[in-house]
Design a protein around this ligand. Structure first.
Ligand SMILES: Nc1ncnc2c1ncn2[C@@H]1O[C@H](COP(=O)(O)OP(=O)(O)OP(=O)(O)O)[C@@H](O)[C@H]1O
Length: 242
């Protein structure tokens, strides 16, 4: 089963190409690490796959739906952008209840899941405080819960561990593993390579709008020229160096 399939995707701003002829597949049930230097085009690709941006050319399916069919795709995905979309004047609990309603979740089921995630991310005692009073990490946690709450088929995450302490990073990793164990898919963009190394089943490295390498983290590490002590960071630096 395929969760994401892109065919010759291209995006130009004016006449400047930022995504060039991008074709790749993400298998269902995988955590896919989408890497690349600043400005490589990762956010642009995520915005195209989440139907927030139209490609200049090419096509893609997400959870079996064409990205030309925005409503169908939106129904099946979750998206955590770099800045979580939250209402600062709501409490954390109100924000998540609002989101559950917006996503058409059964209220009792939603309440159970909200309670579970608030507890898991150590937010229970803050649930009735306004988001405007939350730290950056706490806001990130609410954004994360919101993206996963409605059990999307494909979850897109842009720097999900940004601002999180090591305990929270561990919790996030466990949550993603649990999430994909039932066949859902995570598309994860981050510069924090140890997280990708720990979590990803497959990795793609984007450079100047083109996918320059793909494989499992182990395969990528075996490809670097100095095989001793190589990390995903070594791989990244070697293949994206000017
Ligand atoms: N609205 C826009 N108009 C013009 N150029 C844009 C626009 N949005 C992005 N770009 C350009 O597209 C390229 C890719 O940007 P994008 O944000 O997708 O990169 P990224 O890989 O997510 O980078 P980072 O790791 O820094 O977040 C960059 O050169 C950027 O300047």
């Amino acid at each position: 089963m395929v969760a994401i399939n892109t065919t010759s995707l291209r995006k130009e701003y004016g006449d400047v190409p930022v995504i060039r002829d991008l074709s790749f597949v993400v298998e269902s049930g995988d955590i896919y690490g989408f890497l690349g230097p600043n400005g490589a085009g990762k956010t642009t690709v995520m915005r195209i796959l989440t139907c927030l941006l139209k490609p200049t050319a090419g096509s893609a399916t997400v959870a079996g739906e064409s990205i030309a069919n925005r409503d169908a795709v939106t129904e099946k995905i979750g998206y955590l952008p770099e800045e979580p979309p939250l209402y600062p004047e709501l409490t954390g609990l109100e924000q998540l209840e609002f989101w559950a309603g917006f996503r058409g979740m059964d209220p009792e089921y939603a309440d159970d899941r909200i309670e579970l995630f608030l507890d898991r991310f150590d937010l229970t005692e803050h649930a009735n405080k306004r988001i405007s009073s939350y730290s950056k990490g706490m806001q990130q946690k609410v954004g994360l819960i919101q993206s996963i709450l409605h059990e999307p088929e494909v979850l897109f995450l842009d720097e999900p561990t940004s601002g999180l302490d090591p305990n929270a990073v561990r919790t996030v990793q466990e949550t993603f593993r649990e999430f994909v164990s039932d066949g859902s898919t995570v598309f994860l963009s981050t510069h924090i390579l140890p997280v990708v190394d720990t979590l990803a089943d497959a990795v793609g490295v984007l450079h100047q709008g083109e996918l320059i390498t793909t494989g499992t983290p182990e395969e990528l590490k075996n490809r670097v020229t100095s095989p001793e002590d190589q990390t995903l960071e070594d791989v990244f630096i070697e293949i994206t160096e000017p």
